[in-house]
Design a protein around this ligand. Structure first.
Ligand code: DUC
Ligand code: ZN
Ligand code: ZN
Length: 478
């Protein structure tokens, strides 16, 4: 087994920072030591196989991205990152764990679908991975499947109040699934938008001749998100199941979540970098020489990126500071402009929904530290520690402590990252939604379960190194 000493750095956790050396033996962290410590009387630097000099750098737990969609079928195509390419890109960006979504469309068998996603990922991932399960048509056998999946380490289930015929469950189905969650301890995840109203608004916009991407945002107004968020909070209240609202983008949806939390409910929320940095005016309504007014298709995702006039962006940053929103994931669901986003050339409603960010999340959120939006410790908390706790992986993931998996990032606060310029990203997409973003920091080294997978020479990991994580129940409630 290889031993590694990461020396000279500042170890940052969700609760503080301290100069410390980190000793790794095999796949695990075995000690976090005051600088220059001797262990069992020996000079550590002389007795380990490898020394990583982290002088002047932050040593943080590897990022945990709890919301990705590798190879997801959507809108007549598939998300363009496979488990192989997407987890490699995650590694480049300092994310060492992803939790992806196995998909059940109406009529499909849930356990078969879970198995299918296991097969897609097995032997292909660069970093560790787990699964949530999407439920669409909730039937009696769905409820027994939920119990079974929990024993397989799938302890969270996602349902949708939008996308009729594809993902949408009606309120009764959502209610039944939540009743089961209240019984078996599952975390119930919700995509909260009023799909029926959105369908009408989309049809009316198209009938009026509005086909360009900005209409994706204009037909998903904040009221549709706030209403559905309120509705699923009520279902959580009625059943007692914990609720996690995914990709929150509207100020008024945050207000619903904050009010529920103030009432003492187990309601949690996630936001994504796109809702902190991108806007309807600047991005969804953008024009370019290459794409004309179809440029905005790059930024079509749901919930939509929102107007910068209405305080949504500031509300998101504030909610991250005040813990009304607990964590940041990406909703990584990339589609190329050529042949994929282009499916919606004549109708914004046919543009596959999703963006690619799995490589950029740690950097984009670090810029929030540089800009004074969040503290260094909060950066670690919202990108690693909380996602690990929220989804039953904490102790192994999300923390630098003896016994934890040696998933470690050495981050240079004096480095610089120009995101997405030219070919300078590693996701399988023909553009970057983050092109032009400049970050005052840099991922220098990434270790996954004791193996260095990214260093100053680039990616040196291996397809199949990543292993499946059998997750426990959420640790946020225990
Ligand atoms: N939102 C997206 O942007 N893509 C995939 C599904 C979703 O809910
Ligand atoms: Zn969603
Ligand atoms: Zn998603």
């Amino acid at each position: 087994m290889t031993t590694t000493l990461i020396t000279g750095g500042t170890v940052v956790s969700a609760t503080g920072r301290t100069p410390a050396d980190v000793l790794v033996d095999g796949e695990r962290i075995v000690a976090v030591l005051a600088p220059g410590s001797e262990l069992l009387g020996s000079d550590l630097t002389g007795s380990v196989d490898r020394v990583v000099d982290a002088t002047g750098k932050y040593v943080i737990p590897g990022g945990v991205d709890a919301h990705t969609h590798m190879e997801m079928p959507f809108g007549g195509t598939f998300a363009s990152d496979t488990f192989e390419t997407g987890t490699r890109a995650a590694a480049w960006g300092g994310t060492t764990t992803i939790v992806d979504f196995a998909v059940q469309h109406p009529g499909q068998n849930i356990l078969d679908q879970h198995q299918l996603w296991q097969e897609k990922a097995a032997g292909r991932c660069a970093v560790d991975y787990g699964f949530h399960q999407i439920l669409s048509d909730v039937q009696d056998d769905s409820l027994t499947a939920m119990d079974e999946l929990i024993t397989e380490g799938v302890t969270s289930f996602k349902l949708f109040t939008a996308y009729k015929g594809v993902f949408l469950s009606d309120d009764g189905q959502i209610f039944r699934a939540f009743q089961k969650g209240a019984q078996n301890g599952a975390m119930m995840m919700m995509h909260a938008e009023n799909g029926s109203i959105i369908d009408v608004l989309q049809q009316q916009a198209l009938e009026a001749g509005h086909t360009s991407p900005q209409w994706h945002g204009l037909t998903r107004p904040w009221q549709t998100e706030a209403e559905a968020t309120h509705r699923v909070i009520m279902i959580s209240h009625l059943t007692g199941a914990p609720l996690y609202v995914v990709h929150v983008s509207a100020k008024q949806a945050v207000e619903q979540i904050a009010a529920a939390r103030d009432r003492g409910m187990n309601v949690f929320g996630e936001t994504c970098p796109q809702y902190l940095y991108l806007s309807l005016e600047e991005h969804l309504a953008a024009r370019s020489e290459q794409w004309g007014d179809f440029e905005g298709a790059k930024y079509v995702c749901s919930t939509p990126i929102r107007s910068h006039h209405d305080g949504h962006h500031d509300a998101m940053w504030q909610s991250l500071r005040t813990n009304d929103i607990q964590m940041v994931s990406t909703d990584h669901c990339p589609f190329c402009m050529k042949e994929q986003k282009e499916l919606g050339r004549d109708s914004f409603a046919a543009i596959p929904n999703g963006m690619g960010s799995v490589e950029n999340r740690m950097d984009l959120m670090y810029q929030g530290v540089v800009d004074g939006r969040i503290t260094l410790e909060r950066w670690v908390e919202i990108t690693s520690t909380t996602p690990a706790r929220m989804f039953g992986m904490y102790g192994r993931k999300g923390v630098i402590q003896p016994g934890a998996d040696a998933d470690i990032v050495v981050y240079d606060p004096n480095g610089h990252t120009s995101i997405g310029m030219g070919k300078a990203h590693h996701m399988n997409i023909d553009y970057s939604a983050w092109e032009g973003f400049e970050i005052d920091g840099h991922v220098d080294l990434v270790m996954s379960r004791g193996s260095v997978i990214v260093d100053d020479t680039g990616y040196i990991g291996r397809k199949g190194h990543g292993s499946y994580i059998k997750r426990g129940l959420t640790q946020y409630l225990s």
